[in-house]
Design a protein around this ligand. Sequence first.
Ligand code: OGA
Ligand code: MN
Length: 289
Amino acid sequence: MTPEITPSDATLGAVIGNVRLNALDDEAFAAIEEAWHAHAVLVFPGQNLSLEEQVDFSRRFGPLERSLSSNHVEDDPAIIHLSNVKKDGSLLPADHSVSMLLKGNNRWHTDSSYKRIPAKASLLSAKIVPEIGGETAFADMRAAYDALDAAMQEWLADKIAVHSYAYSQGKVGGTKAITPEEWDDLPPVEQPVIRTHPATGRRNLYIGRHASHMVGEDLDESRRLLEELCAEACRPPRIHIHKWQVGDLVIWDNRCVLHRGLGHPPDQPRHMVRTTVAGDSDDANEWVA
Ligand code: OGA
Ligand code: MN
């Protein structure tokens, strides 16, 4: 089976057909990895993977992160349920602490940038999709970097941003589902604003909602600049929006892509399953599952 790759009209994203992710030989996996480096977001329609199969496929990209305890109930710590559906089928109220936590996902971000070693990849699959809304949008931070003028590229080259989960979740009122012990593990961390992708060598902007301000710059001004950079970066042709069908799986590269949920009416069920590939580092990553 040779994967069929259909690039989107945007600067990122491709749909991959003619593959079964639960039965991939090494050659097909290599083709997928190459396509992932080229397109940064890959959509695999209709895979309907079990939780175990999603974990197995995710592990081919590297060790997985464990999630915050509020996100998973009884499964493997590497599995995150993003869901407003309770065990009995009823829906969480919009003001529930988990609903408030999930609201944060609707702002542009890259997963785990508030951890010392941020995530490499995320894989998201759809179990229940709402009739209205619930799409996920992706923005290409390689193309966003390329679109900056040379003076801004140069000015940003050595800038460091402080990424903080307390800052980003505080903004959406989504701090209550995090335990005091978890907050102890989530101090603010510093990340370069411009990163070079280890596989492609392409430079990209590394920003998003967890980035609070820049080190050594005026707090309010650098916060405003980060917001402006994000607003400009996340515009066509650098945006790809995925409208989910049950069974779809999407993988994105957190090192060079921002993403956000577009939201859905709170009276409609949505259940997604995410696995997260831990970032590469010479240091031990305390978040590996
Ligand atoms: C995520 C995320 C957005 C969505 O899974 O990391 O931000 O549309 N998801 O559920
Ligand atoms: Mn996310």
